[in-house]
Design a protein around this ligand. Sequence first.
Ligand code: PLP
Length: 455
Amino acid sequence: MTDNYAARDLATIAHPYANLATLPDQGPVVMERGDGVYVYDSAGKPYLEGMSGLWCASLGFSNAELVEAAREQMARLPFNHLFAGRSHDPAIALAEKLKDMAPIPVSRVFFCNSGSEANDTQIKLVWYMNNALGRPNKKKIISRQRAYHGVTIASASLTGLPGNHADFDLPIAGILHTACPHHYRYAHEGESEEDFATRLANELEEMILREGPDTVAAFIAEPVMGAGGVIVPPAGYFEKIQAVLDRYDVYMIADEVICGFGRLGEMFGSQALGMRPDSMSLAKALSAAYMPISAVLIPERMYQAMVDESRKNGAFYHGFTYSGHPVAAAVALKTIEIYERDDIVGHVRKVAPLFQQRLREFSEHPLVGEARGMGLMGALELVADRKTKAAFPAQAGVGAMFTRYAAEEGLIARSLGDSMALCPPLIITESEIDLLFERLAIALDRTTVWVNSAR
Ligand code: PLP
C-alpha cells in the first residue's frame, strides 16, 4: 500500500494551507516516522525538521516519556471533561503547574485544543468581562498587520495577513490592525529603531483616540511574530506600546503560541521581549505537539467578571468537548516536567548564539535582504534587489523553489512569502545546527542559480 500513498492522499484529503490547484502536480510529501530532530518520508529519506513541524515539536519526534505519559493516561482514564464542574486530575495538575510557572499573576486556566481556539476564547472573555463591568461598548480588539493568531472566524480576523481575509469576508467588525514592527521593511529612510518604535506607539495611540478609548477593549501580540515572517520588534517597542495601553485601560493579550516554553531563551516570550500582558494564550510546545491542547491564562479581575456575568446568565456558556482532555493534559504535564528537569531554557541559551550566528552569515548573500531572528527562531528574507529591497514578484515562486531545494538536500524550512523561516526543535545540538546551515547554504546557492537563469 505504501507505494501509492501520494495518489491515495490526492484522492481523499483536502489539505489545509495548500494551493489545491497545483498540489496534484507537486504531490504531497508523506512522512512516516520521526527520530530526534529528523522525520523520515515513506521512501525512508531523512529530513532535518528545521520547522519543528509547524513551530511546535519542541522535543523532537521520538520522546519515549511523552509516549508513556499518553499510554498511561489512556489506559487509566482516556476521556473525561470539565463541563459543569466535572474534573479530572491531569487537568488539575496542569492548571496548577501553569499558574505556578506563569510570569504573570494567574487566577484560573481555561483549556482549549488549538491556538485558534485559545485566541477565539480570549476575544469572548474580553467581551464577557466588559459586559460584566458595565461597559458593553468597550469591545474592539487591536491586532497588528502580519500577525498570526489563527483561523477561526474571530482568530482569523485577528490575523493580519491578507490571504487569511480574502474571500472569507474578514475581518469581522470591531477588529482592527495597527502597524507591523518590522524595521527593515517599514521604517522610514534613516529612521532609527527607537524612533520607529516611538512612531508605532504613537500610531497605536492615534488609532485608539480615533476609535474612542471607550470602545477599545484589548490589544493582542505575539512576542516575535512567527507566520508573518519571524519579525523581532525593535528594542523598547513593547514598553512604548504598553504605556499607551495603560493610558486607555486596554487589556493586553500575549499570544505565546509559538514563543512560549523556551523558544526565545526564556520560558515565555513575554519575558524575553519585556511584555507585561494581562493574559496569555499557550499551545504548540505546551505539549511538545504530541497532543493538541491549548490554554488561556486568566487574571483575577477577568475571572471575577466571569463569575459575575455567569451569575447573571446562569453559566459561562463556552467550552469545547475536549477542553483539558486528560490524555493531552497528561502529556503537557510531562512535557513541562521535561523542560524543567532537562533545563531546556538553559539549552536554548547555550545553542541559540550559534544558530543566530550561522543565520547571520547569510546577511551578505546576494539573495538575502535581511537575516533576522531570536533564540531558536529565524528567517532569511529573500529579495530581488538588496539595495532597493525590492521583493520578488509573488508568481516567481522563489520561496517555493528554495523550500523544494532544501527538502531535496534533507532540510525542512518554510517559506512565508519571501521570508524563509527556521524554528528547529529546542533539543537541537550544535552539530545539528551546523548541518542545518550546511544544507541551507546549498539550497540557497541552488536557488540563486535558478533565479539567475530566469533573469
Ligand atoms: N497563534 C500563533 C502565534 C500561531 O503561530 C498559531 C499557529 O501557527 C496560532 C495562534 C493558531 O494555532 P492553531 O493552528 O493551533 O489553531
